[in-house]
Design a protein around this ligand. Structure first.
Ligand code: SF4
Length: 246
């Protein structure tokens, strides 16, 4: 039976007690073929993908190619596909939207104002994501509570009010250390930029390295004040939730 918003209150405490692979299997059994992992190839997404593959769960993964990603991210897509023998489906922005925006506002318009940056994130990330999620009833993300203040309110399950589908955050209670311990122990492929001072990786033109001790989000949209740093992918109780490596 499909899950509705009113079921979450009872389900959350029960699922919190289960192992990550059990939560994913529970969801895969309910949403047969209508469940996806949305991956930006961040460490959390790679851990979830590894668990899915190790347990042969019928959950496919997709990513969004904004057209401005690091070459290292493209290399990781290929490496991950080879490692698991899978295809990660890729969604792209609408060509005419990109052409119209670039021709009217400039190739690097996102540096000019917060509004233009958000417009770029909308056409390159949010619109393709919305198109991809139209085909499913449940999506899996790599959100963790300790990534930001706004994420502390997230739970293992949440209701995506914008798209009216279930969102599962199986690593929500994991720490960053747990994620990296899992990656090392299980030989999970990860982005080589993480070793070069990039804890959070998005588009190449909007991400730079951080120095030790700085918040992991400092390098994302570094020219903007913290409160503006979101791209519109995650919404909780009608408010935007800041993103990690998305
Ligand atoms: Fe555009 Fe930068 Fe957002 Fe990428 S991160 S979609 S380049 S504004």
């Amino acid at each position: 039976m499909k899950i509705s918003k009113k079921d979450l209150k009872d389900l959350i405490p029960k699922l919190k007690e289960r192992k990550t692979n059990e939560v994913l299997k529970w969801a895969a059994d309910i949403y047969k073929g209508k469940i996806v992992l949305t991956t930006s190839l961040g460490p959390e997404d790679q851990v979830i993908l590894d668990i899915i593959q190790n347990h042969s769960l019928p959950i496919h993964a997709f990513t969004i190619d904004t057209g401005r990603l690091f070459n290292e991210t493209y290399e990781l897509i290929e490496k991950t596909e080879t490692h698991y023998g899978i295809k990660i489906r890729t969604y792209f922005p609408d060509t005419s939207e990109i052409e119209e925006t670039i021709n009217s506002s400039g190739i690097n318009m996102f540096y000019k104002s917060i509004e233009q940056r958000k417009q770029c994130c909308k056409i390159r990330k949010v619109n393709p994501l919305n198109r991809a999620l139209k085909e499913v009833e449940c999506w899996i993300t790599g959100l963790r509570k300790d990534q930001s203040k706004s994420r502390e309110k997230q739970n293992i399950l949440s209701w995506d009010q914008t798209r009216e589908i279930l969102k599962i955050n199986p690593l929500i209670n994991w720490t960053e250390q747990q994620v990296w311990d899992y990656i090392k122990k299980n030989n999970v492929p990860y982005n080589t930029l993480h070793k070069k001072g990039y804890p959070s990786i998005g588009c190449a033109c909007c991400t730079k390295e951080v120095i030790q001790g700085e918040h992991f989000r400092t390098g994302r949209w570094w020219w903007e004040a913290n409160e503006h740093k979101e791209c519109g992918i995650h919404i909780l109780d009608g408010k935007l939730v800041r993103t990690g490596s998305k």
